[in-house]
Design a protein around this ligand. Structure first.
Ligand code: BGC
Length: 794
């Protein structure tokens, strides 16, 4: 079949029930086929940092990419397209038709738990990167999915929150990345968000879904719901939603058939949804003969290692540097911090994958031949982690992982599985959905004192040797996915553990995430700091790795503070007080506070760098590759000092009262104390002088040319940024374009920046139409904290 296939003829062969059956998923991540019309099953997979496959946990290994904020840190649309191409290969390897990404919500408040999945606080940067990513994915016949339409910038009460956003702000900020990506790359699917927007569920937004996206923008793809986001039958079917996910249950089915029969939904509306489904199937090769899947490199192939390491370094940002970076290769280093040993290479929630391996910074330093004394840091988590598969064995088979059995309400063992992982999830199609009792057992091989515990909602009895513990765990959240995405955890320290059995009675609860905790007991923070100080005093350079964890950077939860968890600030201060030189590596996707910034000699922001993380950080620190990234979001100076901060709804509403003035737009307008670092900031390892910029053309999309000179002794890459300052206090400053250039030491090169016409518009609420902005000024800058030139417009 082809794009020109006559879908109407196929649809005419189906009765109403058969059509409606296709409009809800068949399982958690698949869609039903229909042999009578040659429609094959389709498979969907998350997501933004790797193609996880159909299982939530314990699936086949998949390549773990640098997280989105790190990828976008390169400000490189070619790299975004390359990432899309690799994502498509990962999908093809697993026979996946649609990848559920990119996430293109904006970084509104820095507290948003899920910002690590999304590119930036700026809509143009987000839209431009997304468009090229989508082009990369779809060139291989795999669908991409823009998510989440729209105004889904925080996680608190995400299923019920009513986000109040004025039309100007919606158009100029939150819809703009979707508009750019639709116009420039025609994504085959979009996902409608959990939240309400201006009193109406995102899945029911006739105005946004039908009139703007499908009408005004002419988008012909399929709009699916976020998982369990659909709240109704007729209003969502009429409101532009084409597909309910997941399945097989959901609010459509018989209720939608009845709504059609009752005249609440026209059958032509159903046909339109099926048309879009068939178009997706056609595009992804699931209509007619079915598709051939290419042979592609494995997730641990040398090709992937090279790509993922290179992409990670390109986005890393040198925030400050007195010259200590790049490190001298013979420097005697003290490498300090929990994140040095347990590097956070990904965030939490549906964006997680099971990588083939994941290199820590300590591994990376060792592999690069850096002579380092490695010292574990202070504890950084409140909750204990699931056991590593290497330290637990199935007591029957002796294989790494745990053994689980499921019992029904009569206590009869229904199924037994041996799992290579130490957690399991009820969403996974190969596990029973509603067992009454689950038993997890393992032989624990940790020596010395053991942190032992359980993960997941239910009433637990944990037995280890002759010790037995009971606990009942629950979640306090309205998010039905909270038990899966942020499960409760209980643990204790025992002097030794051998054969361990954990039995959970689920009661009425459906099975979400369950797991076993087993690992070496954590050391006391004071002792860790004392060890770090000793090692730092003896080294030439102390490299302290600090950061956030999946307790902050996760789906389903927001942060309450930007302060580093645990006593990491104390650790940095103590080390900086004794070390000759102190370098801090920031291992987080999003900003945190740096009260010790003035005490240290360099800060390298390394993002959450994916499976090649340790190697990438080592290459950046040694200068084998330049960490030439620029920030994609502003770093606030203190808690609350951000133009948009609050993420907790009041009476069910979260009002975007700052309007379009988020991030740098708000700082520039003086709506918050100046940030610690601006969007666009990043030093690389070069230094640059700018000549006066010249306006080449000032038509709708102005073009600016500026000569820049690399005044450093190293070859370097510069990202020349152009911002548009419109006339009028109601208008916000906008990133209007950028260009990256490379230059040898002493070399002068010309950067030519063509601005994007879509930011020279203002949404006129009265006329409900765009108005082209004229006049104003263009700023040439390295982030708005470092403006290097100005030109006036018209
Ligand atoms: C997330 C989506 C994701 C879906 C499927 C939801 O909880 O919001 O982004 O694609 O789960 O895993």
């Amino acid at each position: 079949m082809s794009e020109t296939a006559n879908y109407a003829q196929l649809i005419a062969q189906l009765d109403l029930e058969a059509k409606v059956r296709l409009l809800t998923g068949a399982t958690s991540f698949t869609l039903a086929g229909d042999d009578s019309i040659g429609l094959q099953e389709m498979a969907f997979s998350d997501g933004p940092t790797g193609v996880r496959g159909l299982k939530f946990t314990g699936g086949e290994p998949a390549a773990l990419f640098p997280n989105a904020t790190l990828l976008s840190g390169s400000w490189d649309v070619d790299a975004a397209e390359e990432v899309g191409r690799i994502v498509a290969e990962e999908a093809e390897r697993q026979h996946i038709h649609v990848v559920l990404g990119p996430t293109i919500n904006l970084h509104r408040s820095p507290l948003g738990g899920r910002l690590f999945e999304a590119y930036s606080e700026d809509p143009l940067l987000t839209g431009a990167l997304a468009a090229r990513y989508v082009q990369g994915v779809q060139a291989a016949g795999v669908g991409a999915c823009l998510k989440h339409l729209v105004a889904n910038e925080a996680e608190t009460l995400r299923n019920s929150v009513n986000n109040i956003v004025d039309d100007k702000t919606l158009r100029e900020l939150y819809l703009l990345p979707f508009e750019i990506a639709v116009e420039d790359s025609n994504p085959w699917t979009i996902m409608a968000a959990y939240n309400d927007v201006n009193d109406l569920a995102a899945t029911e937004q006739d105005e946004i879904n039908n009139r703007i996206v499908k009408g005004e923008w002419g988008w012909d793809g399929q709009l699916m719901s976020d998982w369990s986001a659909t709240k109704s039958a007729a209003p969502s079917a009429n409101g532009g939603l084409d597909l309910v996910m997941p399945g097989p249950d959901g609010p459509w089915g018989d209720a939608l058939v009845a709504a059609v029969r009752a005249g609440e939904v026209a059958e032509s509306v159903i046909d339109e949804h099926v048309t879009r489904l068939l178009r997706l199937a056609d595009r992804t090769g699931a209509l007619g003969e079915g598709r051939a899947w290419r042979d592609v490199p494995g997730p641990d192939s040398t090709e992937r290692q090279e790509q993922l390491s290179r992409l990670a370094v390109a986005g890393m940002v040198v925030l400050t540097n007195d010259g200590v970076l790049p490190l001298a290769s013979d420097a005697k280093v003290a490498l300090i911090g929990r994140h040095a040993l347990e590097t956070m290479n990904m965030g939490g929630g549906s964006a997680q994958v099971t990588p083939p391996y994941s290199t820590s910074i300590a591994d990376g330093f060792a592999a690069a031949g850096i002579e380092a004394t490695v010292v574990d840091g202070v504890p950084v988590r409140e909750k204990a982690l699931p056991a590593k598969a290497a330290v637990v064995k199935d007591p029957v088979t002796g294989q790494p992982g745990i053994r689980i059995s499921f019992a029904d309400d009569q206590g009869v063992i229904a199924e037994v599985h041996s799992l290579g992982s130490t957690t399991l999830v009820g969403l996974d199609d190969d596990l029973p959905r509603r067992p009454t009792r689950v038993t997890l057992s393992a032989q624990v091989t940790v020596s010395g004192a053991v942190q032992l515990g359980v993960i997941g909602v239910g009433s637990w009895t944990l037995t280890s040797g002759d010790q037995s513990f009971t606990t009942t765990l629950s979640v306090d959240s309205d998010d039905p996915a909270a038990g899966l995405l942020s499960p409760p955890t209980w643990s204790t320290v025992v002097s030794e553990a051998g054969l361990v059995e954990a039995v959970v009675d689920l009661g009425e609860a459906s099975m979400a995430m369950l797991g076993l905790v087993a690992g070496p007991a954590s050391r006391d923070a004071d002792a860790a700091i004392a060890d770090a100080v000793r090692a730092a005093a003896e080294a030439d350079v102390a490299v302290v790795v600090v950061g956030l964890t999946e307790e902050q950077e996760t789906e389903s939860l927001d942060k309450a503070t930007l302060a580093l968890p645990g006593r990491q600030d104390d650790l940095v201060r103590a080390v900086a007080a004794v070390a000759r030189k102190t370098v801090v590596i920031a291992n987080s996707a999003t900003p945190f506070l740096m009260p010790w910034l003035g005490d240290v000699d360099a800060v390298l922001w390394a993002g959450m760098p994916g499976q090649e993380g340790g190697h990438a950080v080592a290459a950046a620190v040694l200068g084998e590759r330049e960490p030439s990234g620029r920030l994609v979001t502003s770093f606030p100076a203190s808690d609350g000092a951000s133009p948009a901060w609050e993420v907790v709804p009041t009476d069910g509403k979260l009002v975007y009262s700052e309007g379009p003035f988020i991030g740098y737009k708000g700082y520039y307008a003086g709506k918050a104390e100046a940030p610690l670092f601006w969007l666009g900031h990043g030093l690389g390892y070069g230094s640059w002088e700018y000549a006066s910029p010249i306006l080449i053309s000032d038509v709708a999309a102005p073009q600016v040319r500026v000569e820049v000179t690399n005044t450093s002794a190293r070859a370097s890459r510069e990202v020349v940024q152009v911002y548009f300052v419109p006339e009028g206090a109601d208008e916000h400053v906008r990133l209007a374009g950028w260009a990256a250039v490379e230059a040898a030491p002493g070399e002068t090169v010309a950067a030519s920046v063509t601005c994007d016409a879509r930011v020279f518009r203002s949404w006129d609420e009265d006329a409900a139409a765009w108005r082209v902005l004229s006049g104003g000024e263009l700023l040439v800058a390295r982030g708005l904290g470092d403006i290097r030139g100005r030109v006036s417009l018209g």
